[in-house]
Design a protein around this ligand. Structure first.
Ligand code: GLU
Length: 448
């Protein structure tokens, strides 16, 4: 992966020099460029039109101050970002992340990934991402509302259903999207439903949006297994994380006959040999906003392990659904030794480059996040469609559409990998398929 084609190596050097200290962004760019050698050899027109340089440089980057007042009357200052990366295929589209680790390098890695992910869905959406170093943990609803209102007071001028359409990500769920939409509506005096996705069902949200990322990850996994004549049924599955991606990945895996035996949060992990109780998990994490240990307190078959790695729990299918770089080379080796057959990234870039190498060298089916977790943003695009036509679809219809889209994402990856000489390599397939679609559109649109 790190052996770059000479046609690409100097562009990577430029990215390093232009974006000092942004380690996650460097990692995401290297991972993509590492697979594009055969593409630029075949299509010199991409090189001639400087597509690589242009695709690595965001069209626009916004950084702004977010002042707000906490419940004690103290003024707090956060920093917020929106990186509008590429609009060749449609309006910038991608979530907002609220987490203390957020800085420009994280937002740019996520925005860069989003370009290719969004292209892979086959929907007309460009790539963007945003966020803030605000930590919602321990904050009251009123504090979260004031923060969201202050953030939107700056961000609204950059948004629009044809311009830039944010959604959620880590730390941004239905509550935050509601406050953000309320403030957008108030400032603009426009009920522009399609300006944000992940909205509540009461005011323009889409069925299945909450479940979409997790469901999509599991369907992608099932498609990969099918290529080897296998399925999820009867398999032992471990998910990491316990946010909305992890919860609904577990739910769909169970629906397909798997046994999901562990999940985690930043404090540790729980093992439940009886199989995870999804309703209890939702109560603990979504309703009570409590730590994962509360799950084990409530359930006799479960044990909580403080700290440690959830990847020590043996499984056949691993679904990392927590955060970037959460699964390293050593953990990947443990998983391979324990007999893992498929790994699909529900989170964005959760496996380190070394971990990916270990899985691929071990013959494990491996799905990168930009393919496996594309169901979330795909359903956001379905939400935009419903908003534009002032319609709302049933759960069953929306779920069916999403399932078809995920099969399409899988097939696009598989076909591109085959065509460019790495059959079965979903990392190469996802990067190549996403890249070619965006590059062709950029070529057609001229130097803009
Ligand atoms: N944050 C999600 C992602 O990583 C969803 C983005 C969206 O729905 O716009 O794809």
């Amino acid at each position: 992966m790190s052996h770059l084609d000479p046609l690409l190596a100097e562009h990577y050097e430029t990215v390093l020099q232009r974006n000092p200290g942004e380690q996650e962004f460097h990692q995401a760019v290297l991972e993509v460029l590492g697979t594009l050698g055969p593409v630029v050899r075949k299509h010199r027109e991409y090189v001639d039109a400087a597509i690589i340089e242009r695709i690595c440089e965001p069209e626009r980057q916004l950084i702004f101050r977010v002042p707000w007042t906490d419940d004690a009357g103290q003024v707090q200052i956060n920093r917020a970002f929106r990186v509008e990366f590429n609009s060749a295929l449609g309006p910038y589209k991608g979530g907002m992340r609220f987490h203390p680790s957020v800085y420009l390098g994280i937002v740019k890695f996520l925005g860069f990934e989003q370009i290719f992910k969004n292209a892979l869905t086959g929907m007309p959406i460009g790539g963007g991402k945003g966020g803030s170093d605000f930590d919602p943990k321990g904050r009251s609803d009123a504090e979260v509302m004031r923060f969201c209102q202050s953030l939107m007071t700056e961000l609204y001028r950059h948004l629009g259903e044809y311009t830039d359409v944010p959604a959620g990500d880590i730390g941004v769920g239905g509550r935050e999207i509601g406050y953000l939409f309320g403030q957008y509506k108030r400032i603009t005096n426009r009920y522009e439903s399609g300006v944000l996705t992940g909205k509540g069902l009461a005011y323009g949200g889409s069925q299945v949006r909450t479940e979409a990322t997790g469901y999509g990850t599991v369907w992608f996994t099932e498609e990969m297994l099918k290529t080897r004549g296998q399925s999820l049924s009867g398999r032992r599955v471990v998910v990491s994380g316990s946010g909305n991606v992890a919860i609904y990945a577990a739910q769909k895996a169970i629906a397909l006959g798997a046994q999901v035996v562990a999940c985690s949060d930043s404090s540790g992990y729980v093992v439940d040999e009886a199989g995870l109780d999804i309703e209890l998990l939702r109560q603990v994490k979504e309703v009570d906003r409590a730590r994962i240990s509360a799950y084990a307190d409530e359930r006799g078959s479960a044990t909580f392990v403080a700290g440690g790695s959830v990847w020590d729990v043996p499984c056949e299918v691993a679904l990392p659904c927590a955060t970037q770089n959460e699964l390293d080379g050593a953990e990947a080796r443990t998983l391979v030794e324990n007999g893992v057959v498929a790994v699909a990234e529900g989170a964005n870039m959760p496996c380190t480059p070394e971990a990916v190498d270990v899985f691929q060298a071990g013959g494990v089916l491996f799905a990168p996040g930009k393919a496996a977790n594309a169901g979330g943003v795909a359903t956001s695009a379905l939400e935009m469609q419903q908003n534009a036509s002032r319609d709302s679809w049933t759960f069953a219809h929306t779920e069916e559409r999403l399932h078809e889209i995920m099969k399409g994402v899988h097939d696009r990856c598989a076909t591109a990998a085959e065509e460019y000489g790495s059959p079965g390599d979903y990392v190469a397939g996802a990067n190549i398929s996403g890249f070619v679609q965006v590059a062709d559109a950029m070529l057609a649109l001229g130097v803009v």
